[in-house]
Ligand binder design. Structure first.
Ligand code: HEM
Length: 978
């Protein structure tokens, strides 16, 4: 990793970490010495440096065991010291330590007013609420030393034509895409919005708060909010009109953040973590409190969502964006925790530094031409003045103040206000394909002449320093000649003609026309030398300055779900890319889970290929343009669901596509690529499992005894009470099936406190492993997690198969005698597993099939069964449900009628509260189900939960009726349910 990257990383995380072991060792040895000396009583060696070492150790109290009373020992020692300078010094050190325990002034206050961002960014620094607020002046960081009188500076237009105007397009040397600069434009518009009336004023806040989406003040925010009691934004709307003139990818990214907002708000209401929200649809219009309830929850939902969505944006800025700026390796680290939060004010120097117009791609340049000729028909950039630009901006702003109607990129809104997914995605795919331009002198498209002149003039009005002043401020060597600044002799000579002396080279031009850095480690952006140094300071100011990414970055403010939702996983695809997750969430049919367009959009795919190859990860990604998937139709009526589920010759299960990536060979019947063979294998397995005449009974007994003993072990009593309490779902039902399955397939379970290198798994480890594999195979896992889960599941399966083969002897020799002898070596008393292995051997299966079948039992009979058992218990503990089960429990004898009633109740409970909502099926050729025509080779969703409530299948569907005609009428999906 480059030293620059390391520097930035350590700043993101606060002070550089202590060199671990050695510092801790020093503390503990100091503490031990101190204790020994205290024990031996006074007189004490009065060595002040040793004592401050002890105070220092106390300060690192995370490592101190407070049960050992170190602080108390220090205080006792202090009280015994004779008065004098030594006592005073030590006393001061202890008082300072205790004072510094708490921040002064406090880092934050309690209450919604402080937990939520103000629309205009005020109150970010609680001691100076206006710091960084919208509508305040820019800061100036650097003192101007070299005079730059306006009347002696060259004409701004001439400067552009001589030093900035693009000669020819040069591709970005590191392979950054046009998307990178679309995102960059969004980032800079989040923190810069120079007033057209008074250029000293920044109309937006200096915080990474997604102001282009949410508005730079309350009035702008009000325009984008629906205020529907759900905290939503208007569909696909955003607040910043200045972006409408930029290439469309900028606005598309904003639209996706709008969608992310509405997704998060929907989730918060659905999860209702604190139980304070109501579904607005359930409040009737005659409810007198309706308005007040909706108003209160609207604010809560909107502001909490905004916090989470802003953290998503910040995460994209500090991971995807800065990774691209610095080179890829930064992604490997976690940037989610920053320290400080004392506010930030953007400066004019940085406004000038970020004018990256030279990076405009060929395609975006054409786009700007189109826009220009639309708003200034028949004109050339030279024909226009800054006033013309500002007047036009004002005119466009007032044309349609309703954000719901704004369009861009030649797209039209649909009747519900949204844009078409395919059109939005096409813009993003293209922006990823298009190469950005290199940072360079004479690299800015001619069409941007006016924008650049505006920038240069603005800089002069701000009194910005010279390039050399800026370099000195950053601790960089001042340039002594123009050729040192830019080694292109033509550029250097032209600049010398315009400015005369290198010390008078103004910052704007000095930065934008300086020689660019070559591609080296730690310089993915390859901007000019001075920009590349300064940008690091700015990154740190932005990360550290914001209270909402520091002191107030808490699960309480964002809810536990929200906090978790915006975390990055650096081991995930794209090395934790947040943009990739955003695309998959908001355009799920347009981006594929393994595409480089999803995970590395800021580089062109062409540039990404060799990088991923070098990292050894290229096999994980698809480099082709994503192919859109179609919305999956759903079948929720009983008749249709039966038809699909019971016609394996027409509709196959799709799990084999996933299982093929983690299990090879036949036998894994729960996710077989051949439905009929899978069912055959499953029947054989069941025969082998139940085997002996009393086989089923023995399994039942195992479950009964294990459940009972775990309930005893895991339960507790409250004070003066005989009633035992148990968390039945967490501590019992989760693990009972695991105990049975592991014993059956021969995987040892070890105690929770067993050494980590002891063979086998703890029940909790086993649960995690099986949950991963089960989720990967059967659940609708978020696309963004799929690739990671696949790789994790593959590693889990390898480990499980290793144990299964080892304990069964199936890897060695599959003769009955071979297996029995292997088994007898492992187990002293025969177990279910021995019998199962022997029965398999007699069926003549090959070793891989046996191992895969055992794996199928393990995966198919655990996680989902635990889920189903939990649903059952929950169902029958509900006081509104029939009490028949409780009555059955009290019976002393249990006849076949009771048995059948119990089974009926179980079927009914799982019908009304199924373990999962439904299953997917793939059609073989075109099929018709009712009125629905299903195209060949396409996917459908069978909504079992809905079909279970269809009166055609289950008359009076809400009624729990254990006596319904036959068990066959119940719908079953995949996994253990089958
Ligand atoms: C083809 C793409 C782009 C176009 C057409 C464009 C156009 C403009 C225009 C017209 C302005 C003046 C805005 C105003 O005062 O109302 C401006 C300002 C600015 N542009 Fe760009 N720009 C583009 C891309 C970028 C990119 C990629 C960056 C860098 C990340 C950037 C950085 C800036 C900055 C920092 C300002 C000053 C903003 C302010 O002070 O309010 N621009 N640009």
């Amino acid at each position: 990793m480059s030293s620059i990257t390391q520097l930035l990383l350590s700043s993101f995380k606060g002070p550089p970490p202590l060199p671990h072991a050695s510092k801790e060792e020093t503390y503990s040895s100091r503490i031990q010495d101190f204790r020994d000396q205290i024990k031996s009583g006074l007189p004490f060696a009065l060595d002040f440096s040793a004592l401050t070492g002890i105070v220092d150790a106390l300060r690192h109290n995370n490592a101190i065991d407070d049960r050992k009373m170190l602080l108390e020992h220090v205080l006792v020692f202090l009280s015994r010291l004779p008065e004098g300078p030594f006592q005073t010094k030590l006393q001061n050190a202890v008082v300072e330590l205790l004072y510094n325990d708490l921040p002064h002034p406090p880092a934050t206050y309690i209450g919604d007013k402080y937990a939520w961002r103000c629309a205009d960014g005020s109150n970010n620094n609680l001691s100076d609420p206006d710091m960084g607020k919208a509508g305040m002046p820019y800061a100036r960081s650097v003192q101007q030393v070299n005079p730059l009188p306006k009347n002696q500076l060259p004409d701004a237009g001439l400067v552009f034509d001589t030093l900035l105007k693009r000669e020819k397009f040069v591709k970005h040397p590191a392979g950054l895409s046009s998307m990178m600069f679309a995102f960059a434009a969004l980032v800079i518009h989040t923190v810069f919005r120079t007033s057209h009336e008074d250029v000293n004023i920044n109309e937006t806040s200096s915080y990474v708060d997604l102001a282009p989406l949410y508005g730079h003040n309350q009035e702008a925010q009000d325009k984008v909010r629906m205020r529907n009691g759900r905290g939503y934004l208007h569909p696909d709307a955003f607040a910043e009109d200045r972006l409408l003139l930029l290439p469309p990818a900028v606005c598309v990214i904003l639209v996706l953040f709008n969608r992310n907002h509405n997704y998060i708000a929907r989730k918060l209401l659905e999860i209702n973590e604190r139980g304070t929200y109501v579904d607005p649809d359930t409040l009737t219009s005659d409810n007198p409190n309706r308005g007040a309830i909706l108003l209160a929850q609207e604010e809560d939902l909107f502001q909490t969502t905004r916090l989470i969505n802003c953290t998503w944006f910040a995460s994209a800025v500090f991971s995807d964006y800065f990774s691209a700026i610095l080179g890829l390796e930064i992604r490997q680290e976690d940037h989610t925790l920053f320290e400080r939060g004392r506010g930030n004010v953007c400066s004019v120097e940085f406004n000038c530094l970020y004018r990256w117009h030279a990076t405009t791609s060929v395609e975006d340049e054409q786009w700007v031409h189109q826009v220009f000729s639309k708003i200034f028909p028949g004109k050339q950039p030279e024909d226009l003045s800054i006033q013309d630009f500002k007047a036009k901006a004002k005119e466009l702003h007032s044309t349609d103040p309703d954000v719901k109607h704004w369009t861009f990129g030649d797209m039209q809104r649909q009747s519900d206000g949204t844009f078409k997914d395919a059109e939005l995605a096409a813009v993003l795919h293209n922006a990823t394909d298009h190469a950005a331009g290199a940072f360079k002198a004479r690299g800015t498209p001619h069409i941007m002449r006016l924008h650049e002149i505006m920038g240069i003039e603005q800089n002069r009005r701000w009194g910005v320093c010279s390039l050399n002043d800026f370099r000195k401020f950053l601790g960089l060597k001042a340039y002594s000649t123009f050729i040192e600044w830019n080694s292109n002799p033509e550029v250097a000579a032209a600049a010398e003609k315009l400015y005369g002396d290198i010390n008078f080279l103004e910052l704007y031009v000095g930065l934008q026309a300086e020689e660019a850095k070559p591609v080296v480690d730690g310089a993915g952006l390859c901007p000019s030398y001075t920009i590349s140094r300064a940008i690091l300071s700015d990154a740190i100011a932005l990360t550290r300055g914001d209270r909402f990414y520091t002191a107030d970055y808490t699960p309480f403010n964002m809810t536990s779900w929200g906090f978790q939702d915006c975390q990055r996983d650096p081991s995930a695809p794209g090395y934790g890319s947040t943009l990739g997750r955003l695309f998959l969430r908001t355009l799920p049919t347009q981006f594929n889970y393994d595409s480089v367009y999803t995970w590395f959009p800021l580089m062109t795919p062409q540039a990404m290929k060799p990088i991923l190859r070098k990292l050894g990860d290229s096999h994980l990604y698809d480099f082709n343009k994503p192919t859109p998937t179609e919305d999956v139709p759903s079948i929720g009526n009983y008749r249709g669901a039966v038809e699909v589920l019971r016609s394996p010759e027409k509709f196959g299960t799709p799990q084999h596509v996933r299982s093929g990536a983690i299990v090879s060979g036949p036998g894994f019947f729960i996710a077989s690529d051949d439905g009929a063979r899978g069912e055959r294998e499953q029947r054989t397995m069941l025969r082998a499992l139940v085997g002996a005449p009393d086989g089923a009974q023995r399994i039942l007994e195992y479950f009964y005894k294990t459940t009972r003993s775990m309930m005893m072990k895991e339960s507790w009593t409250a004070v003066a009470s005989n009633t035992r309490n148990v968390d039945i779902a967490r501590d019992v039902l989760k693990y009972v099936p695991i105990h049975w399955a592991c014993e059956t397939v021969g995987i040892p379970l070890k105690a929770a406190d067993a050494p980590s290198d002891a063979p086998g798994f703890t029940p909790r480890e086993m649960w995690e492993i099986l949950s991963d594999v089960y989720s990967y195979l059967f659940l609708d896992v978020a696309q963004s997690k799929l690739l990671n889960l696949q790789e994790k599941s593959k590693a889990h399966v390898d480990k499980l198969l290793h144990y299964i083969k080892d304990s069964s002897g199936v890897g060695l020799n599959l003769s009955v005698s071979g297996i029995l002898s292997a088994v007898s070596n492992i187990f002293k008393t025969p177990t279910n597993h021995d019998e199962l292995v022997a029965r398999f051997a007699s069926l003549g299966y090959d070793s891989d099939s046996v191992a895969n079948s055992m794996l199928a039992i393990l995966v198919g009979s655990t996680v989902e069964l635990s889920q189903a058992l939990t649903h059952l218990v929950d169902f029958f503990l509900d006081e509104n449900k029939p009490t028949d089960v409780q009555v059955l429990c009290t019976k002393t004898s249990f006849g076949s009628k009771d048995e059948s009633q119990l089974q009926g109740l179980v079927m009914e409970a799982l019908r009304l509260d199924p373990a999962f909502r439904g299953v997917y099926r793939d059609s073989y050729g075109e099929q018709r189900v009712g009125n629905l025509i299903i195209k060949g080779n396409s996917r459908i969703f069978v909504d079992i939960a809905k079909a279970n409530l269809d009166p055609e299948g289950f008359p009076d569907p809400q009624n729990v009726n254990p006596g319904r005609a036959s068990r066959d009428m119940y719908l079953s999906g995949d996994g253990c349910e089958k």
